[in-house]
Design a protein around this ligand. Structure first.
Ligand code: 6PG
Length: 262
């Protein structure tokens, strides 16, 4: 693994998705154990799409699962498609099949979004209420997740925050429902203040399909202007890391990066 310090983040490049998933699973075990030792629990918000399923499958392997504090791990979703839990597009379904159904975690530790297939706005409000109750939030305060996992879309979206999204300007909501024209679908998503309040935010980016967008969104310095949703991810006090494979990193400006090797 080659690591590079970027502007307020760190970039890790791994050979392929399997090695990326193994390295990231190891990192998640480390973050989880530290969170439970220091604060008695590990709060994790999952990302959706297709990339993370190999990571989630690793977490169910005994090499990692046996070291995970599942009894003190609390699972949330950073975003969800507005479909039922048994729909092939459901991020909840993907996580259940990839690892949640294979590990010894109390069902009461799993906080799925509900009702999004019937009324997205109500589902978003209900999930926000779940966050308020779980984290004991007062008005205008944010939940401090120990780790939020994110993916990167080919046009620079992350979670379900797409270019031009009203979520980009939402400062007073924890969770929002949005119509995504490009997907012809409703989604619900954490807002930027929730994501940026996390102790650790990790992007997982894999494949040649992301080689054009990755150089667009990672910021080597403060000079790069912020224009794509993934660039709005800038934890207030937490750590931001990128775990990418060589295929996704193949168009990065190596001269610039070489100067950064720390
Ligand atoms: C979702 C995700 C979304 C995803 C990116 C990348 O619900 O789709 O949360 O933000 O991470 O679209 O998706 P892939 O991993 O499938 O490329």
């Amino acid at each position: 693994m080659q690591s590079y310090p970027l502007f307020r983040s760190k970039l890790h490049i791994l050979k392929n998705l399997d090695e990326l998933s193994s390295e990231l699973a190891e990192t998640i075990v480390r973050i989880a154990v530290s969170a439970v030792n220091n604060r008695g629990k590990f709060t994790l918000a999952l990302s959706g799409g297709s990339t993370p399923s190999s990571l989630y499958s690793k977490l169910a392997e005994s090499k990692y699962s046996d070291r995970m504090p599942w009894q003190s791990t609390y699972i949330f979703w950073g975003d969800e498609r507005c479909v039922s839990h048994d729909n092939a597009d459901s991020n909840y379904r993907m996580a259940r099949q990839s690892f949640l159904d294979k590990i010894d975690i109390p069902e009461s530790n799993i906080f799925a979004t509900t009702g999004q297939d019937k009324n997205p706005a109500e589902a978003a409000a209900g999930y926000a209420k779940t966050l308020v109750e779980f984290f004991g939030l007062s008005e205008h305060s944010q939940p401090s997740f120990d780790l939020i996992l994110l993916g990167l879309g080919p046009e620079g979206h992350t979670a379900s925050i797409f270019p031009g999204s009203p979520v980009l300007n939402a400062s007073d909501k924890l969770v929002m429902s949005v119509w995504v024209e490009s997907k012809n679908a409703d989604r619900i998503t954490f807002t930027l203040p929730v994501i940026n309040a996390a102790r650790h935010v990790i992007f997982m980016v894999s494949g040649a399909g992301k080689k054009q967008i990755l150089p667009e969104v990672i910021r080597l310095s403060e000079k790069e202007n912020v224009r794509l949703p993934a660039q709005y991810i800038n934890p207030v006090a937490g750590a931001l890391e990128w775990y990418v494979d060589e295929a996704a990193a193949s168009e990065l400006n190596w001269q610039k990066l070489k100067g950064l090797v720390g």
